[in-house]
Design a protein around this ligand. Structure first.
Ligand code: GLN
Length: 314
């Protein structure tokens, strides 16, 4: 398949946004975080960023949303920069096949989380970033500045009400953090690591900003060089195998690209050497991944031939 030109790609995005709007089944918004329960599920946005091209958008691409677990990609990149491969002594690299907030898996594996994208693993990577900066304020400044540099946008901010909402209700995450501590796999007090983690999850971005922020993972020559090419390969591999929790195999089958989802309904997907794509639709499927976002990415992959497994549609 020849790569789509800007006009063809824009027409594809417009078509995908229209189809999403017409789909009566929007999924269910994450209501376990009180601030997210009130989000209107009738919103949809998609944005495609490529070096040397204008970022193309369709739908509500200027509306900020809570990136939630998409933030785990950025903290993983920072933690690997701080700790290098020693990070893997504390967290594994295998798909979990369990819900993102599973407690039982952590107990079975004696406090070493299966991968850095389930909550337990992300709490460990955030803890590593916190140890490198000594206090939550410094860790958050480092995370925010990484994300702003990646997106080329100083306006990206944290929504403090969303973070406060999770601090007040995130009992499972507190359980995970204390369990990690009991196994000697937390270096900072649980409330400090979790305070940092909840605020990082509460970063808000528009689809346009998120697509731009993912460019450093494409490996394109003129994308921001925030991490080494070798590390880009590894982060993409983890996104492909673990980025959608127990729905990661399904996402690989349907979309065939490395992606990371969040319960705010956002998904960041990387087309290696080509593009960074952000999609947002707040309603989730049974795995806690955006329902319409996943379907939109499947359409985009089919219509553009963007997949690491080949270009032919069904
Ligand atoms: N902040 C959310 C949590 O910890 C992130 C989960 C997600 O986006 N899957 O529960």
């Amino acid at each position: 398949m020849t790569p789509p030109d800007d006009a063809t790609l824009q027409a594809i995005l417009d078509r995908i946004a229209l189809e999403a709007r017409e789909d009566p089944d929007k999924g269910r918004v994450a209501d376990y975080i009180p601030e997210l329960a009130a989000i209107d599920p009738d919103q949809f946005a998609i944005a495609v960023a490529r070096p040397g091209h204008p970022t193309l958008i369709a739908g509500d691409a200027a509306t900020p949303f809570s990136i939630q677990s998409v933030s785990k990609v950025f903290t993983l990149a920072i933690a690997l920069g701080l700790r290098g491969d020693r990070l893997w002594e504390r967290v594994g690299r295998e798909p979990s096949g369990q819900a993102f907030d599973s407690v039982i898996l952590l107990e079975l594996e004696r406090g070493r989380p299966r991968n850095p994208f389930i909550n337990a693993g992300a709490i460990v990577t955030t803890d590593a970033v916190l140890s490198g900066t000594h206090e939550p304020r410094g860790a958050l400044a480092a995370i925010l500045s990484f994300v702003r540099d990646a997106a080329g946008d100083e306006k990206i901010h944290i929504n403090d009400s969303v973070a406060a909402s999770e601090i007040a209700t995130g009992h499972r995450n507190f359980a995970l953090a204390h369990y990690l501590l009991s196994h000697g796999n937390l270096e900072n007090p649980p409330h400090e690591t979790l305070g940092t983690y909840f605020h990082q999850c509460a970063i808000e971005m528009t689809c346009r900003q998120l697509a731009n922020a993912g460019l450093f993972l494409t490996g394109c020559d003129d994308a921001p060089g925030l991490v080494s090419p070798g590390r880009i390969r590894r982060i993409n591999a983890l996104m492909m195998t673990c980025g959608h929790y127990d729905g990661s195999g399904d996402y690989a089958y349907r979309v065939g690209l490395p992606g990371k989802s969040g319960v705010g309904g956002g998904i960041l997907t990387i087309v290696p050497d080509k593009a960074s794509v952000a999609v947002w639709a707040p309603g989730l499927n049974r795995y806690g991944n955006s329902k319409l976002g996943t379907e939109a990415m499947q359409r985009l992959s089919d219509l553009t031939g963007w997949s690491v497994f080949g270009t032919a549609p069904d």
